[in-house]
Structure formats: structure tokens, C-alpha cells
Design a protein around this ligand. Sequence first.
Ligand SMILES: Nc1nc2c(ncn2[C@@H]2O[C@H](COP(=O)(O)OP(=O)(O)OP(=O)(O)O)[C@@H](O)[C@H]2O)c(=O)[nH]1
Length: 538
Amino acid sequence: MSCSSVELQQKCTALTATWDGYCSTPTFENFVEFAVTLNSFAEFLIARGLSGLHHLGRDLEQVALALFGDERSHPIKPETMAELDQKLKGLVERVSDYIAANSRPREERRISTSPLAAPSDLQPVRQLWLVSQNEESWRDLIAQLGYFGIEVDIFRWDAVPAESPSVPLLLLDVAGLLTSEWSARIRTLRARFDASNLLALTVQTDFLSLQTALAAGCDYCFPRGTSLPTIVAKVLELNDSEEQEEYRVLVVEDSITAIKLIQRTLEENGIQSSAVSNPREVLDALKRYNPDLILMDMHMPNCTGVEAARVIRQHPQFLSIPIVYLSGETDVGMQIDALRLGGDHFLTKPVNPVWLNAIVKTKIERYRALRRSMFHDSLTGLLNHTSTKRVLDQAVSAAASDNGVLSVAMIDIDHFKKVNDTYGHPVGDQIIRSLAWLLKQRLRKTDIVGRYGGEEFLVGLPGTAADHAFEVLDRIRRDFSQIKHPFNETWFNTTFSSGIASFPAIESSEGLVKFADEALYQAKRGGRNRVMLPKRNH
Ligand SMILES: Nc1nc2c(ncn2[C@@H]2O[C@H](COP(=O)(O)OP(=O)(O)OP(=O)(O)O)[C@@H](O)[C@H]2O)c(=O)[nH]1
């Protein structure tokens, strides 16, 4: 993940400005302003992957939230103010150090590269550091990551470079070190690597060791004995830096002042919003704006929030969209009724902005997860069969309207029944996952990658002619055949076969799938572990 220094500096300046505002006029309103900006800053840090800075920001946020109170709690005591000021200065200083360290050219910040890594020439290589006293014991992990296009630089604990280039991920093997030793070293690295995920390896499995590693600043721990595929899976997951679409909220509220206040809070937290003041316009607004959540005033002229929610729930496409009510109402019986009639949460006005942000975000995350599970395959996270077909249809239409090209590849793992029979179904699942990761790692964000059936995948490559598609798929095939899948104390390899068909030689998405499937069976008949590009398809 990347973060522009300008954006980071702006956010940090905004934070200090709201704190200065509170220090000069210590009212409750000014404290709310500061807390909202701080909350938004902490979320910005985590969204940009600035894990180390986020640890500091979150600490400060916890202190500030505990002091929230109400009008009577402000001004806070001078000594508490001094303590908060100190923490804020510490954070600002770290942000400045980070900006200074990252304003140098990227090349200058790179240190060294391990000869063990196997970089891919198909996409930009990603990098991580492994810090260990025993490089040899990680040979297999390094090789596996290499097949997925991830380069590993290895250092002994006493030889970690003094310079801090932007490494997104550090794997820290604590084996052979005393707890006091590794926890101190991790703490030092945490202070240096603000934008990196720190993952501890070979931590003892007891509560205290895990707690110590997390408290020292690790984002994740792999207890001793964690299997290689589990570590690879986590690293790949953290590397998958898919940009999230901004959250979208529809505000249904008759008071223009309330709308302005709510929209301002949402905007400060990076949430887009649109508002309607007449509840009778809500259905049109839902279709036009397609929000992730509705914030619904309870009392509006001509229609209550509950009535509007009931109308919305009559439409199947809006059955699961979260509805959060806003009301001055504190009557618990009434709130429960409102929830029963199609609402998800109740916020009492005046709404605490930090609370509003937290509720909105958690509800949207759940809603998005639900929608993801409808369109994606649960084993691999790839598009499921139905979504793959839909997205391929759209890609073929786009290619037709642009006079473009597009290639489709069907991929099927070879002798998969035998793999399941020999090593067991869970190992078979792991192989399906490895191929899914490899495809995701090696292909562009604009390519289509779907799980089409059990051990069958569909890949769509917009703007790619058949010959180029063949080169891409054949490279992936060779690399997949090199991956060592662990089983007990040994390893085994698997292969896949693939067939390609291309647009415009074949004009419909059904035709492309059919011809790619035929080519796939030619590849199987021809001996497997090959990609077929029949002449008549391009
Ligand atoms: N582990 C696992 N196995 C699956 C999954 N889906 C399908 N399979 C298995 O995949 C195997 C597919 O076998 P076949 O279609 O006979 O083909 P094959 O053994 O791969 O042989 P060729 O395709 O001819 O190389 C079957 O045994 C299925 O049970 C899954 O999600 N997980």
C-alpha cells in the first residue's frame, strides 16, 4: 500500500490544529472536533498500511476517547492535558521522521536482494525481509514465496540494515533468542518500520509469549509449528493490496442542519454520502446512489423513519442493506420496535461523531462481506461460477464495442482425483488455493480470474491476443509445476493443463468458453501439463 507524504502531512497538520484549538479554548465541542480528527487520522494510518504509526495513533485515540465525557468534563485537568500533548508530539515527530525517510528516491532506499528468490518477470515483484538466525531453515518458504513473485531479503538479527527502506512486510524468526532479547529487538524494529507489517515466526505457543510479541508491536504471530502453507497464505493475503471502494451512505433526514453535520462527520472519516430530505424520494435515491448503508431520521414530516424502512424492505434488492436510525428518542420500547421493523441500529441525537463513524463502518464491513460471499468462492476468494460468467460477458461486450481483443483460458489441475485419493481432500483444497493465489499474483487487476468448477479455473485477459495469452499462461504453468506441496515430511508437485480461445476469432462468451474447453481437452489428451492454442481459435 502506498501513501503520499503530502496527504499524510495534511492529515497530521489538521490533527495538531484541532488540538491547538482545544488548548486555546478547551470546550467540549473543541474536544469532539479533536477526537473526530484523531479517529479519522488513526483510520487513515491503518488504511494506508502505516501499521507502526497506527499503533501510536491508536494509543493516543484510546486516551482521548476515555476523556470524552460531556460539557461538564471540560476543560480536562492541566496534567492530563500535558500528558495528551506529550503523546501527540511523539506521534507528530514520528510522522515527520517517516515523511523525511520516505522522501528519498526509491532506489536509494533498497538494500540487497537474496539470490534464493525467484522473481517473476510477469508483474512487479514485491519484497519482504526475513530476519532469522537460521537462514537455512527457511529455504523452502523462500522458494515458495518466490514462485508467487515475492522476493525475500534475509538478515541475521545483528545485521539488520541500519537504513529503513520501505519494506511492506518483515518476518521475524525469534527462534534461538531469549524472550527479553527478541521482544526488545522487535520493539526497536516497530519504532523504525512505521509502514510495515511485522509478523513473528516460531513464537512459543503459550499465552504470555504471544501477548509479549503482540505488545512489542507485531501485527501477527505464527506460533512454533505453524505449517508453511499457513505462513505463505498470510503473506499472500497481506500482499493483496486491492484498493477498497469508498464507503457510501445515504442520509434520509428532513433537517438541513442535521444533514450538514452528519455529512461533515462522514466526509472527515473518508465516507462518501448523499442526502435526501424527503423520505418519499428514498427509493429513487437508493437506485441512483447504490449506498452501502442508510442513516434514517426517525421523525420526518409525512412519514416516520420506520415507515420508510418498511417500504424499502419491500424491495428484494434492498432487503439486506443496513439501516441505522437517528433519533432524539430515548424510549427503549420504541427503539426496540424500530429495530424489529427493519432497522439494524439506533443512534440517539445529538450523535457522538466517533460512535457514528464506528457504527457506520462496522455495519458496512459486514454488509460488504455478505455481498462478497454471494459473488466469490469461499475456498479461494476468486469469482464464483456465476459471477465469472457475468464478468466475462461484460468483458466480451467491452471488447466488441472497442474493436479490441480478449483471450480466455480454461485451466484444469491434472490427475486431481489421484491427488485427493493419495494425500486427502484437505491437501487437495490447499492445492486449489495455491493455484488461485498464483493466478491472482501473476495476472493484472483488470484480468478476470474465476473458479469455474471444482478444480477448474477460467481466466479472461482483456486486450491480450492469443499468442501473448499463451506466453503468460505457459509461464504460470511452468511455475505452478515447480511449487512443492508439503505432505508429512516430504513434498510433491502437481501440474495443470490449459486451453485458450480468443475474441474476435470467436465472438460470444459461450463460444470462447466452449473452444477454450475443447483446447483444454486436447491438452489433456496430448499428455497434460501443457497449454493448447488450437490454430482455428485465433
Ligand atoms: N479437494 C478437492 N477436490 C475437489 C474439489 N472439487 C472437485 N474435486 C475433485 O476433483 C477431482 C476431479 O477429477 P476428474 O474430473 O476425474 O479429473 P482428474 O483426476 O483431475 O483428471 P484429469 O482432469 O483428466 O487430469 C474429483 O475427484 C473431485 O472430487 C474441491 O473443492 N476440493
